[in-house]
Ligand binder design. Structure first.
Ligand SMILES: [Zn+2]
Length: 547
């Protein structure tokens, strides 16, 4: 058993069982993510190989020609974007779970202590849920060398595309047949560059340093670092709102043989014990990529704390520290709006001392929209895959869910920004795949899944201000929208908004040609009919704002 486990146990004392559980969850997460990420790359490369083979079937010879290379280029674009999307989803999951695993330790301790004192814990759960959500947002809002995590994930997709293209072009240049090349791609992604050197010595010699030894290495490393950081973020955030929290202990991992910054961090001493940092003074974690050290919050001895808790419950003035915690952290996190009544944890709240709910005021005053770095980061996430999540949050809000329940911090920020925007557009389009249309030989719509007057709730939706782009997408030619368009007019459904406001995100989205504008509101169906946009006939559904 490694020494750090003993150290974790010592630090946790009476709470050691939970500390070990948190550590276990964390290790399990780390072990799980490597094969999962590798799998994403393998599947992406398999699809590229399939595309390659498909091209060969279409030609008399088994060699690729220039035109086919161009087609492949488009397929690579699609695969890179799909990989980026899948990686983003995976990272979203890892970060959320790591934050929870990190914060879970302090949470379970505090809930247990309050239960032992016979106090209600409903409000505490809300407090920890809020803190976790904020920690997740903090992970996505962080930048390294000016890049958001979403940017770095996007780079992985680009690296994948470039590497695949490099190999294919090299194969074409040397006259290697496509089936062999397809097999080569699959082998490369599974076993790395070194095994290719044996089977394709000449080609590998020429490509030398151009392709990475292990194509998923960077993504794996990024995931590990981000996950560790998320675990630290969750650990620190939850500890800081825990009334029994006394300090954060840096437990050195003994798996790194070389003395590094972690040794220094673990030796830190400000009088709380070796390696223990006072609340608010926690060190940045992890200290370096692949760092396996652990952060373990130090909590007050349970018996002592429960006694203090009971004393405070009976007389708030007797425990000023706890009262301070209650006023700042508890009420600050639990009371969502100034009006809300004081919730439960404290049995008999004293009427003479009305808590001043420190709610940081409504945020919906962003008019005109100020493009902060944080907002830009959120928009980038929206345009590269997080739109589903944010759309759903905003839909829930417009359908009546209270704001604080409906939104994550990022979701609310985006929603407010879109609604505050005063930019106006003559026409906005949203192409979708809507089933159930029928048209007759005169292109009249004879059957529609939508009715005139029907209301659509679009908490947030992505639209395009470019008719040209829509015409292309309607033909099924936009690789980023593989699920829309086609030859059949009934496969081309487009919502149209006229003279509407929205937030233009073209400059932030990586998909410039989409000319994307985010809109928000409730809209009514005004008319449905076949019309040409950019010389392409399609079913156009005209909408008008109803809220
Ligand atoms: Zn370390």
């Amino acid at each position: 058993m490694p020494r750090e486990i003993d150290e974790i146990k010592d630090t946790a004392g009476a709470y050691r069982k939970w500390a070990l559980e948190a550590r276990k969850k964390y290790i399990e997460l780390r072990l799980r993510q490597d094969p999962e990420i590798r799998g994403l790359y393998i599947r992406a490369a398999d699809r590229v190989s399939k595309e390659l083979r498909k091209r060969v079937l279409k030609t008399p010879s088994s060699y690729l020609r220039k035109r086919q290379l161009e087609e492949l280029e488009a397929a690579l674009r699609t695969e890179a974007d799909r990989l980026t999307g899948n990686l983003t989803k995976a990272f979203e999951q890892y970060i959320e779970q790591a934050v929870e695993a990190g914060g879970g330790y302090s949470q379970v301790i505090v809930l247990d202590l309050f239960k032992k004192a016979g106090m209600d814990i409903t409000g505490l759960r809300t407090m920890f849920a809020t803190v976790n959500r904020q920690a997740v947002e903090a992970c996505w809002a962080r930048t390294k060398k000016g890049l958001f995590l979403s940017d770095r994930i996007w780079q992985q997709g680009e690296n994948f595309r470039n590497t695949m293209r490099d190999i294919i072009q090299e194969a074409v240049a040397t006259g290697q047949d496509a089936v062999k090349t397809a097999r080569m791609l699959q082998q490369y992604v599974r076993q790395g560059k070194s095994t290719l050197a044996a089977n394709y010595p000449n080609m590998m010699e020429r490509m030398k340093g151009r392709i990475p030894g292990d194509i998923s290495y960077e993504a794996l490393r990024l995931a590990r670092t981000e996950m560790t950081a998320a675990f630290g973020e969750g650990t620190i955030a939850a500890a800081q709102v825990s009334p029994s929290y006394q300090g954060m202990k840096w437990v050195l991992s003994h798996s790194h043989p070389v003395v590094d910054i972690c040794d220094t961090l673990a030796e830190h001493d400000e009088g709380l014990g070796r390696g223990v940092y006072s609340p608010g003074n926690e060190p940045p974690f992890p200290a370096h990529p692949n760092c396996l050290c652990a952060l373990v919050p130090v909590h007050e001895d349970p018996e002592k704390f429960v006694q203090r808790l009971k004393k405070w419950r009976d007389d708030p003035t007797s425990e000023p520290e706890l009262e301070k915690w209650y006023q700042s952290h508890y009420l600050g996190k639990v009371v969502p709006k100034p009006k809300a009544s004081v919730p439960v944890t404290k049995p008999e709240a004293k009427p003479e001392k009305k808590p001043v709910a420190a709610t940081p005021g409504a945020v919906d005053t962003v008019s005109p929209v100020e493009m902060t770095e944080e907002l830009k980061g959120i928009i980038k996430r929206y345009t590269t895959g997080a739109y589903k999540n944010f759309n759903a949050q905003a839909d829930a809000y417009l359908k009546g869910t209270p704001k604080e329940k409906a939104f994550s911090k990022a979701g609310e920020m985006l929603f407010n920004a879109v609604n505050a925007s005063t930019q106006r557009f003559t026409e906005l389009f949203r192409i979708v795949n809507l089933e159930g249309f029928e048209i007759d030989s005169d292109n009249l719509v004879v059957k529609s899944p939508l009715e005139l007057g029907q209301e659509l709730v679009w908490g947030l939706r992505s639209t395009s201000k470019s008719g040209k782009f829509i015409a292309k997408a309607a033909q099924g030619k936009d690789k980023n929208l593989p699920f829309v368009g086609g030859k059949d007019i009934t496969q081309r459904t487009v919502y149209r908004l006229k003279n509407e406001t929205g937030l233009d995100v073209t400059s932030i989205s990586p998909y410039k040609q989409q000319e994307e504008v985010i809109v928000s509101g409730k809209f009514k169906v005004m008319s449905i009919g076949v019309e040409e946009i950019g010389k392409q006939p399609m079913i156009v559904i005209d909408l008008q704002r109803s809220n």
